[in-house]
Design a binder for this molecule. Structure first.
Ligand code: EPZ
Length: 417
Protein backbone atom coordinates (compact mmCIF):
# COMPACT_ATOMS: atom_id res chain seq x y z
CA UNK A 1 0.00 0.00 0.00
CA UNK A 2 1.26 3.49 -0.79
CA UNK A 3 1.25 6.05 2.00
CA UNK A 4 2.31 9.64 2.57
CA UNK A 5 4.36 10.30 5.70
CA UNK A 6 4.56 13.84 7.07
CA UNK A 7 6.76 15.02 9.95
CA UNK A 8 5.16 18.26 11.03
CA UNK A 9 6.46 21.55 12.37
CA UNK A 10 8.52 22.70 9.40
CA UNK A 11 8.11 26.18 7.96
CA UNK A 12 7.83 26.33 4.18
CA UNK A 13 9.68 28.71 1.91
CA UNK A 14 10.03 29.15 -1.83
CA UNK A 15 7.70 28.84 -4.82
CA UNK A 16 5.01 26.29 -5.65
CA UNK A 17 3.98 26.07 -9.34
CA UNK A 18 0.30 25.33 -9.89
CA UNK A 19 -0.76 22.82 -12.56
CA UNK A 20 -3.63 23.09 -15.04
CA UNK A 21 -7.12 22.68 -13.58
CA UNK A 22 -8.48 19.14 -13.19
CA UNK A 23 -12.07 20.40 -13.22
CA UNK A 24 -11.44 22.27 -16.45
CA UNK A 25 -9.41 19.72 -18.39
CA UNK A 26 -11.94 16.92 -17.79
CA UNK A 27 -14.97 18.59 -19.43
CA UNK A 28 -12.72 19.92 -22.20
CA UNK A 29 -11.38 16.44 -23.00
CA UNK A 30 -14.98 15.21 -23.11
CA UNK A 31 -15.98 18.12 -25.37
CA UNK A 32 -13.24 17.25 -27.88
CA UNK A 33 -15.51 14.35 -28.95
CA UNK A 34 -17.86 16.86 -30.59
CA UNK A 35 -16.00 16.88 -33.89
CA UNK A 36 -13.85 14.38 -35.81
CA UNK A 37 -10.82 16.67 -35.93
CA UNK A 38 -7.75 16.58 -33.67
CA UNK A 39 -7.58 18.72 -30.54
CA UNK A 40 -4.41 19.54 -28.61
CA UNK A 41 -4.40 20.54 -24.94
CA UNK A 42 -1.15 22.13 -23.76
CA UNK A 43 0.35 21.48 -20.30
CA UNK A 44 -2.31 19.15 -18.96
CA UNK A 45 -2.14 17.92 -15.35
CA UNK A 46 -0.89 14.31 -15.24
CA UNK A 47 -3.60 13.05 -12.89
CA UNK A 48 -5.41 9.74 -12.41
CA UNK A 49 -8.67 11.37 -13.46
CA UNK A 50 -7.13 12.56 -16.75
CA UNK A 51 -5.90 9.04 -17.55
CA UNK A 52 -9.33 7.68 -16.63
CA UNK A 53 -11.29 9.95 -19.00
CA UNK A 54 -8.73 9.25 -21.76
CA UNK A 55 -9.46 5.53 -21.25
CA UNK A 56 -13.15 6.29 -21.75
CA UNK A 57 -12.39 8.10 -25.03
CA UNK A 58 -10.16 5.23 -26.20
CA UNK A 59 -12.84 2.68 -25.31
CA UNK A 60 -15.16 4.19 -27.97
CA UNK A 61 -12.53 4.53 -30.70
CA UNK A 62 -10.82 7.88 -30.14
CA UNK A 63 -7.05 8.00 -29.78
CA UNK A 64 -5.23 10.02 -27.13
CA UNK A 65 -1.51 10.66 -26.77
CA UNK A 66 0.30 12.41 -23.95
CA UNK A 67 3.79 13.67 -24.66
CA UNK A 68 5.77 16.39 -22.91
CA UNK A 69 2.68 17.37 -20.90
CA UNK A 70 0.66 17.89 -24.08
CA UNK A 71 -2.46 15.82 -24.80
CA UNK A 72 -3.44 15.16 -28.41
CA UNK A 73 -6.94 13.75 -28.95
CA UNK A 74 -8.03 12.29 -32.27
CA UNK A 75 -11.77 11.55 -32.11
CA UNK A 76 -12.06 10.78 -35.81
CA UNK A 77 -12.95 7.12 -35.51
CA UNK A 78 -15.65 7.01 -32.86
CA UNK A 79 -17.11 3.51 -33.18
CA UNK A 80 -19.54 3.45 -30.30
CA UNK A 81 -21.75 5.69 -28.21
CA UNK A 82 -21.73 3.19 -25.36
CA UNK A 83 -18.60 3.51 -23.21
CA UNK A 84 -18.06 0.47 -20.92
CA UNK A 85 -20.27 0.50 -17.83
CA UNK A 86 -17.51 -0.29 -15.33
CA UNK A 87 -15.14 2.28 -16.81
CA UNK A 88 -17.63 5.16 -16.66
CA UNK A 89 -18.74 4.46 -13.11
CA UNK A 90 -15.09 4.60 -11.93
CA UNK A 91 -15.12 8.39 -12.13
CA UNK A 92 -18.12 10.70 -12.02
CA UNK A 93 -16.65 13.18 -14.51
CA UNK A 94 -16.77 10.51 -17.24
CA UNK A 95 -20.47 11.35 -17.37
CA UNK A 96 -19.45 14.55 -19.12
CA UNK A 97 -19.04 12.61 -22.39
CA UNK A 98 -22.84 12.29 -22.52
CA UNK A 99 -23.49 15.72 -24.09
CA UNK A 100 -20.77 15.57 -26.75
CA UNK A 101 -21.61 11.99 -27.77
CA UNK A 102 -25.33 12.75 -27.99
CA UNK A 103 -24.58 15.82 -30.13
CA UNK A 104 -22.19 13.96 -32.44
CA UNK A 105 -23.79 10.50 -32.66
CA UNK A 106 -27.47 11.24 -31.98
CA UNK A 107 -27.53 8.63 -29.23
CA UNK A 108 -25.73 7.61 -26.05
CA UNK A 109 -25.94 4.77 -23.57
CA UNK A 110 -23.92 5.44 -20.45
CA UNK A 111 -23.67 4.12 -16.91
CA UNK A 112 -25.21 6.26 -14.20
CA UNK A 113 -22.30 8.10 -12.57
CA UNK A 114 -21.19 6.65 -9.27
CA UNK A 115 -22.35 8.81 -6.38
CA UNK A 116 -19.45 9.15 -4.06
CA UNK A 117 -18.90 9.66 -0.43
CA UNK A 118 -19.59 13.39 -0.49
CA UNK A 119 -23.20 13.00 -1.51
CA UNK A 120 -25.77 11.28 -3.73
CA UNK A 121 -24.88 13.64 -6.60
CA UNK A 122 -28.02 13.15 -8.72
CA UNK A 123 -28.14 13.91 -12.46
CA UNK A 124 -31.71 15.18 -12.73
CA UNK A 125 -30.58 18.61 -13.96
CA UNK A 126 -28.36 17.05 -16.65
CA UNK A 127 -31.33 15.02 -17.92
CA UNK A 128 -33.75 17.96 -17.65
CA UNK A 129 -31.46 19.96 -19.96
CA UNK A 130 -30.94 17.24 -22.55
CA UNK A 131 -34.60 16.43 -22.63
CA UNK A 132 -35.42 20.12 -23.19
CA UNK A 133 -33.05 20.03 -26.19
CA UNK A 134 -35.07 17.20 -27.73
CA UNK A 135 -33.51 14.02 -26.37
CA UNK A 136 -35.67 11.00 -25.50
CA UNK A 137 -34.24 9.72 -22.26
CA UNK A 138 -34.63 6.38 -20.50
CA UNK A 139 -33.02 5.47 -17.20
CA UNK A 140 -32.88 1.85 -16.15
CA UNK A 141 -30.65 -1.12 -15.30
CA UNK A 142 -27.95 1.31 -14.16
CA UNK A 143 -27.83 3.09 -17.52
CA UNK A 144 -28.98 6.35 -19.02
CA UNK A 145 -30.01 6.05 -22.67
CA UNK A 146 -30.62 9.20 -24.70
CA UNK A 147 -31.62 9.47 -28.34
CA UNK A 148 -32.17 12.59 -30.44
CA UNK A 149 -32.80 12.58 -34.18
CA UNK A 150 -32.63 16.38 -33.99
CA UNK A 151 -31.48 18.71 -31.23
CA UNK A 152 -33.31 22.05 -31.00
CA UNK A 153 -32.28 25.02 -28.84
CA UNK A 154 -34.34 25.64 -25.70
CA UNK A 155 -34.54 27.85 -22.62
CA UNK A 156 -33.40 25.81 -19.61
CA UNK A 157 -33.60 26.91 -15.98
CA UNK A 158 -31.29 25.07 -13.58
CA UNK A 159 -32.84 24.67 -10.11
CA UNK A 160 -29.27 24.59 -8.79
CA UNK A 161 -26.27 26.10 -10.67
CA UNK A 162 -24.83 22.65 -11.25
CA UNK A 163 -21.35 22.72 -12.81
CA UNK A 164 -21.70 19.35 -14.53
CA UNK A 165 -25.24 19.97 -15.74
CA UNK A 166 -24.18 23.34 -17.19
CA UNK A 167 -21.28 21.62 -18.97
CA UNK A 168 -23.34 18.74 -20.40
CA UNK A 169 -26.04 21.15 -21.62
CA UNK A 170 -23.46 23.46 -23.23
CA UNK A 171 -21.79 20.65 -25.16
CA UNK A 172 -25.15 19.24 -26.28
CA UNK A 173 -26.44 22.64 -27.41
CA UNK A 174 -23.46 23.88 -29.48
CA UNK A 175 -24.77 22.16 -32.64
CA UNK A 176 -28.48 22.22 -31.81
CA UNK A 177 -30.72 24.17 -34.15
CA UNK A 178 -31.35 27.72 -32.92
CA UNK A 179 -30.63 29.35 -29.60
CA UNK A 180 -30.26 27.74 -26.17
CA UNK A 181 -30.41 29.85 -23.02
CA UNK A 182 -29.20 28.33 -19.74
CA UNK A 183 -30.59 30.28 -16.80
CA UNK A 184 -29.16 30.02 -13.28
CA UNK A 185 -26.08 28.49 -14.94
CA UNK A 186 -22.92 27.68 -13.00
CA UNK A 187 -20.48 30.62 -13.11
CA UNK A 188 -17.25 28.76 -12.26
CA UNK A 189 -14.04 29.68 -14.14
CA UNK A 190 -14.03 26.12 -15.50
CA UNK A 191 -17.31 26.91 -17.30
CA UNK A 192 -15.65 29.95 -18.91
CA UNK A 193 -12.66 27.83 -19.93
CA UNK A 194 -14.95 25.23 -21.52
CA UNK A 195 -16.86 27.97 -23.38
CA UNK A 196 -13.59 29.44 -24.63
CA UNK A 197 -12.50 26.01 -25.86
CA UNK A 198 -15.84 25.40 -27.58
CA UNK A 199 -15.77 28.85 -29.19
CA UNK A 200 -12.22 28.14 -30.43
CA UNK A 201 -13.75 25.09 -32.16
CA UNK A 202 -16.27 27.37 -33.87
CA UNK A 203 -19.13 27.38 -31.37
CA UNK A 204 -21.10 30.55 -30.62
CA UNK A 205 -21.41 30.94 -26.84
CA UNK A 206 -21.81 34.16 -24.87
CA UNK A 207 -22.39 34.83 -21.18
CA UNK A 208 -20.18 32.05 -19.72
CA UNK A 209 -19.16 33.15 -16.22
CA UNK A 210 -22.55 34.73 -15.61
CA UNK A 211 -25.81 33.05 -14.56
CA UNK A 212 -27.17 33.25 -18.12
CA UNK A 213 -25.38 31.50 -20.96
CA UNK A 214 -26.59 31.85 -24.57
CA UNK A 215 -25.59 29.31 -27.19
CA UNK A 216 -26.39 29.72 -30.88
CA UNK A 217 -26.19 26.34 -32.61
CA UNK A 218 -23.67 26.04 -35.46
CA UNK A 219 -23.52 23.46 -38.24
CA UNK A 220 -20.10 22.04 -37.51
CA UNK A 221 -17.01 22.43 -35.40
CA UNK A 222 -13.31 22.04 -36.05
CA UNK A 223 -10.28 20.88 -34.08
CA UNK A 224 -8.51 23.32 -31.76
CA UNK A 225 -5.42 23.92 -29.62
CA UNK A 226 -6.13 25.10 -26.08
CA UNK A 227 -4.23 25.97 -22.91
CA UNK A 228 -6.22 25.03 -19.80
CA UNK A 229 -6.53 27.51 -16.92
CA UNK A 230 -4.56 26.98 -13.69
CA UNK A 231 -6.17 24.95 -10.92
CA UNK A 232 -7.70 27.38 -8.42
CA UNK A 233 -8.40 24.60 -5.94
CA UNK A 234 -4.80 23.40 -6.00
CA UNK A 235 -3.69 27.04 -5.60
CA UNK A 236 -6.02 27.50 -2.61
CA UNK A 237 -4.71 24.31 -1.05
CA UNK A 238 -1.11 25.60 -1.12
CA UNK A 239 -2.21 29.02 0.13
CA UNK A 240 -3.71 27.25 3.14
CA UNK A 241 -0.51 25.19 3.49
CA UNK A 242 1.43 28.45 3.89
CA UNK A 243 -1.07 29.69 6.49
CA UNK A 244 -1.17 26.50 8.56
CA UNK A 245 2.64 26.30 8.80
CA UNK A 246 3.26 30.00 9.49
CA UNK A 247 5.24 30.29 6.27
CA UNK A 248 6.10 32.77 3.53
CA UNK A 249 5.29 31.00 0.26
CA UNK A 250 4.96 32.12 -3.38
CA UNK A 251 2.21 30.43 -5.40
CA UNK A 252 2.99 30.69 -9.12
CA UNK A 253 0.61 30.27 -12.09
CA UNK A 254 -2.58 31.39 -10.36
CA UNK A 255 -5.35 33.70 -11.58
CA UNK A 256 -6.02 35.91 -8.52
CA UNK A 257 -9.60 36.60 -9.63
CA UNK A 258 -10.36 32.86 -9.36
CA UNK A 259 -9.29 32.67 -5.70
CA UNK A 260 -10.77 35.97 -4.47
CA UNK A 261 -12.95 34.28 -1.84
CA UNK A 262 -9.95 32.31 -0.53
CA UNK A 263 -7.81 35.47 -0.36
CA UNK A 264 -10.62 37.23 1.51
CA UNK A 265 -11.03 34.47 4.09
CA UNK A 266 -7.29 33.95 4.66
CA UNK A 267 -6.87 37.71 5.06
CA UNK A 268 -9.66 37.72 7.66
CA UNK A 269 -7.75 34.92 9.40
CA UNK A 270 -4.70 37.17 9.71
CA UNK A 271 -2.70 35.98 6.69
CA UNK A 272 -0.99 38.58 4.48
CA UNK A 273 -1.34 38.04 0.72
CA UNK A 274 0.44 40.05 -1.98
CA UNK A 275 -0.57 39.73 -5.64
CA UNK A 276 1.98 40.22 -8.45
CA UNK A 277 1.07 39.16 -11.97
CA UNK A 278 0.36 35.43 -12.00
CA UNK A 279 1.88 34.99 -8.53
CA UNK A 280 0.52 35.27 -5.01
CA UNK A 281 2.85 35.62 -2.01
CA UNK A 282 1.18 34.18 1.10
CA UNK A 283 2.74 35.16 4.44
CA UNK A 284 1.65 34.01 7.89
CA UNK A 285 3.24 34.73 11.27
CA UNK A 286 1.61 31.56 12.59
CA UNK A 287 -1.27 33.18 14.50
CA UNK A 288 -4.58 32.21 12.84
CA UNK A 289 -7.78 34.05 13.72
CA UNK A 290 -11.09 32.12 13.55
CA UNK A 291 -13.31 32.91 10.55
CA UNK A 292 -16.75 31.60 9.61
CA UNK A 293 -17.08 29.96 6.18
CA UNK A 294 -20.14 29.10 4.13
CA UNK A 295 -19.45 27.16 0.94
CA UNK A 296 -21.39 28.40 -2.09
CA UNK A 297 -21.33 28.09 -5.87
CA UNK A 298 -18.76 30.39 -7.52
CA UNK A 299 -17.92 33.18 -6.78
CA UNK A 300 -18.69 32.04 -3.22
CA UNK A 301 -16.19 30.10 -1.14
CA UNK A 302 -15.51 26.79 -2.97
CA UNK A 303 -16.78 23.56 -1.44
CA UNK A 304 -13.58 21.89 -2.66
CA UNK A 305 -11.58 23.96 -0.15
CA UNK A 306 -13.92 23.36 2.78
CA UNK A 307 -11.89 20.47 4.19
CA UNK A 308 -8.49 22.21 3.79
CA UNK A 309 -9.94 25.31 5.46
CA UNK A 310 -11.28 23.20 8.31
CA UNK A 311 -7.75 21.92 8.95
CA UNK A 312 -6.58 25.54 9.21
CA UNK A 313 -9.43 26.58 11.50
CA UNK A 314 -8.63 23.66 13.80
CA UNK A 315 -5.52 25.56 14.98
CA UNK A 316 -7.09 29.05 15.11
CA UNK A 317 -7.12 31.01 18.39
CA UNK A 318 -10.91 30.92 18.69
CA UNK A 319 -14.19 29.37 17.56
CA UNK A 320 -15.27 29.21 13.91
CA UNK A 321 -18.20 27.71 12.03
CA UNK A 322 -18.07 26.11 8.61
CA UNK A 323 -21.32 25.47 6.76
CA UNK A 324 -21.34 23.18 3.72
CA UNK A 325 -24.26 24.19 1.49
CA UNK A 326 -23.24 22.45 -1.77
CA UNK A 327 -22.92 18.75 -0.84
CA UNK A 328 -24.90 16.94 1.83
CA UNK A 329 -22.15 14.70 3.15
CA UNK A 330 -18.83 16.47 2.93
CA UNK A 331 -17.58 16.22 6.53
CA UNK A 332 -15.99 12.77 6.18
CA UNK A 333 -12.61 14.30 7.02
CA UNK A 334 -13.74 15.31 10.53
CA UNK A 335 -13.40 11.79 11.98
CA UNK A 336 -9.86 11.49 10.65
CA UNK A 337 -8.89 15.01 11.80
CA UNK A 338 -10.16 14.09 15.29
CA UNK A 339 -7.41 11.46 15.48
CA UNK A 340 -5.00 14.41 15.28
CA UNK A 341 -6.57 16.26 18.19
CA UNK A 342 -9.00 18.70 16.57
CA UNK A 343 -12.04 19.90 18.52
CA UNK A 344 -14.94 19.86 16.03
CA UNK A 345 -18.65 19.31 16.54
CA UNK A 346 -20.93 18.62 13.57
CA UNK A 347 -24.50 19.87 13.60
CA UNK A 348 -26.22 18.98 10.32
CA UNK A 349 -24.53 20.90 7.54
CA UNK A 350 -22.46 22.98 9.95
CA UNK A 351 -19.33 22.23 11.88
CA UNK A 352 -18.21 24.23 14.93
CA UNK A 353 -14.44 24.25 15.26
CA UNK A 354 -12.75 25.18 18.58
CA UNK A 355 -9.13 25.97 17.74
CA UNK A 356 -6.48 24.01 19.64
CA UNK A 357 -2.88 25.06 20.24
CA UNK A 358 -1.33 21.93 18.76
CA UNK A 359 -2.30 18.99 16.57
CA UNK A 360 -0.59 15.64 17.01
CA UNK A 361 0.53 13.35 14.21
CA UNK A 362 -1.47 10.13 13.77
CA UNK A 363 -2.29 7.32 11.32
CA UNK A 364 -5.21 8.56 9.18
CA UNK A 365 -7.06 7.68 5.96
CA UNK A 366 -7.99 9.87 3.04
CA UNK A 367 -11.75 9.45 2.49
CA UNK A 368 -11.95 11.62 -0.63
CA UNK A 369 -9.76 13.89 -2.69
CA UNK A 370 -10.04 17.11 -0.70
CA UNK A 371 -10.25 15.36 2.67
CA UNK A 372 -6.90 13.78 1.85
CA UNK A 373 -5.43 17.20 1.11
CA UNK A 374 -6.76 18.46 4.46
CA UNK A 375 -5.00 15.61 6.27
CA UNK A 376 -1.70 16.50 4.63
CA UNK A 377 -2.15 20.14 5.67
CA UNK A 378 -2.93 19.10 9.24
CA UNK A 379 0.13 16.84 9.19
CA UNK A 380 2.35 19.75 8.13
CA UNK A 381 1.30 21.62 11.29
CA UNK A 382 1.08 18.68 13.69
CA UNK A 383 3.65 17.64 16.27
CA UNK A 384 5.22 14.32 15.26
CA UNK A 385 4.48 11.99 12.36
CA UNK A 386 1.27 11.68 10.36
CA UNK A 387 0.78 8.63 8.14
CA UNK A 388 -1.89 9.01 5.44
CA UNK A 389 -3.22 5.95 3.63
CA UNK A 390 -5.71 5.58 0.75
CA UNK A 391 -3.79 8.33 -1.00
CA UNK A 392 -5.11 7.27 -4.41
CA UNK A 393 -7.89 9.75 -3.64
CA UNK A 394 -5.30 12.53 -3.44
CA UNK A 395 -3.57 11.53 -6.67
CA UNK A 396 -6.87 12.08 -8.50
CA UNK A 397 -6.58 15.83 -8.08
CA UNK A 398 -3.09 16.89 -7.03
CA UNK A 399 -0.04 16.55 -9.27
CA UNK A 400 2.99 15.40 -7.23
CA UNK A 401 1.69 16.97 -4.02
CA UNK A 402 4.47 15.53 -1.85
CA UNK A 403 7.19 16.61 -4.33
CA UNK A 404 5.83 20.14 -4.54
CA UNK A 405 5.70 20.42 -0.73
CA UNK A 406 9.13 18.80 -0.24
CA UNK A 407 10.64 21.32 -2.65
CA UNK A 408 9.59 24.16 -0.35
CA UNK A 409 10.86 22.54 2.84
CA UNK A 410 8.19 20.13 4.07
CA UNK A 411 9.36 16.87 5.63
CA UNK A 412 7.11 14.63 3.52
CA UNK A 413 7.61 11.32 1.74
CA UNK A 414 5.59 8.89 -0.33
CA UNK A 415 6.39 5.30 0.69
CA UNK A 416 5.41 1.92 -0.73
CA UNK A 417 4.64 -0.59 2.03
C1 EPZ B 1 -18.04 19.69 -9.96
O1 EPZ B 1 -18.78 18.54 -9.61
C2 EPZ B 1 -16.61 19.40 -9.55
N1 EPZ B 1 -16.10 18.26 -10.29
C3 EPZ B 1 -16.55 19.12 -8.05
O2 EPZ B 1 -15.18 18.93 -7.70
C4 EPZ B 1 -17.08 20.35 -7.30
O3 EPZ B 1 -17.09 20.09 -5.92
C5 EPZ B 1 -18.50 20.67 -7.79
O4 EPZ B 1 -18.51 20.84 -9.23
C6 EPZ B 1 -19.06 21.93 -7.15
O5 EPZ B 1 -18.22 23.00 -7.43
C7 EPZ B 1 -15.71 18.43 -11.57
O6 EPZ B 1 -15.79 19.51 -12.12
C8 EPZ B 1 -15.16 17.21 -12.28
P1 EPZ B 1 -22.48 20.03 -9.24
P2 EPZ B 1 -20.32 18.39 -10.12
O7 EPZ B 1 -23.24 19.37 -10.31
O8 EPZ B 1 -20.46 18.96 -11.48
C9 EPZ B 1 -26.48 18.93 -7.00
C10 EPZ B 1 -13.36 17.92 -6.64
O9 EPZ B 1 -13.05 17.70 -5.45
N2 EPZ B 1 -26.95 18.44 -8.30
O10 EPZ B 1 -22.24 21.50 -9.29
O11 EPZ B 1 -20.74 16.99 -9.89
C11 EPZ B 1 -25.46 17.97 -6.39
O12 EPZ B 1 -26.11 16.96 -5.70
C12 EPZ B 1 -14.78 17.68 -7.12
O13 EPZ B 1 -12.56 18.35 -7.52
C13 EPZ B 1 -28.29 18.09 -8.45
O14 EPZ B 1 -29.07 18.18 -7.50
O15 EPZ B 1 -21.05 19.33 -9.07
C14 EPZ B 1 -24.66 18.84 -5.47
O16 EPZ B 1 -25.35 18.93 -4.23
C15 EPZ B 1 -15.69 17.19 -6.00
N3 EPZ B 1 -28.72 17.62 -9.64
C16 EPZ B 1 -24.70 20.21 -6.16
O17 EPZ B 1 -25.72 20.14 -7.16
C17 EPZ B 1 -27.89 17.51 -10.73
O18 EPZ B 1 -28.36 17.09 -11.82
C18 EPZ B 1 -23.39 20.58 -6.84
O19 EPZ B 1 -23.15 19.63 -7.84
C19 EPZ B 1 -26.54 17.87 -10.57
C20 EPZ B 1 -26.09 18.34 -9.34
Amino acid sequence: MTKIIVNGGKRLNGTVKISAAKNSVLPIIAASLLCPEKCVLEEIPLLEDVYCICDVLKSIGASTEISKGRLTINPQNIISAEPPYELVRKMRASFLVMGPLLARMGNIKISLPGGCNIGTRPIDLHLKGLSALGADINVGHGYVEAKASKLVGARIYLDFPSVGATENIMTTAVMAEGETVIENAAEEPEIVDLANFLNSMGADIIGAGTDTIKILGVRDLKGSVHCVIPDRIEAGTYMIAAAITGSDLVIENVIAEHVKSVVAKLTEAGVTIYEKGNKLRVKSEGVIRPVDIKTLPYPGFPTDLQAPMMALMSISNGTSMITETVFENRFMHVCELKRMGVNIKIDGRSAVIEGVTKLSGAKVKATDLRAGAALILAGLAAEGTTEISDIHHIDRGYVNIEKKLKKVGADIERIEE
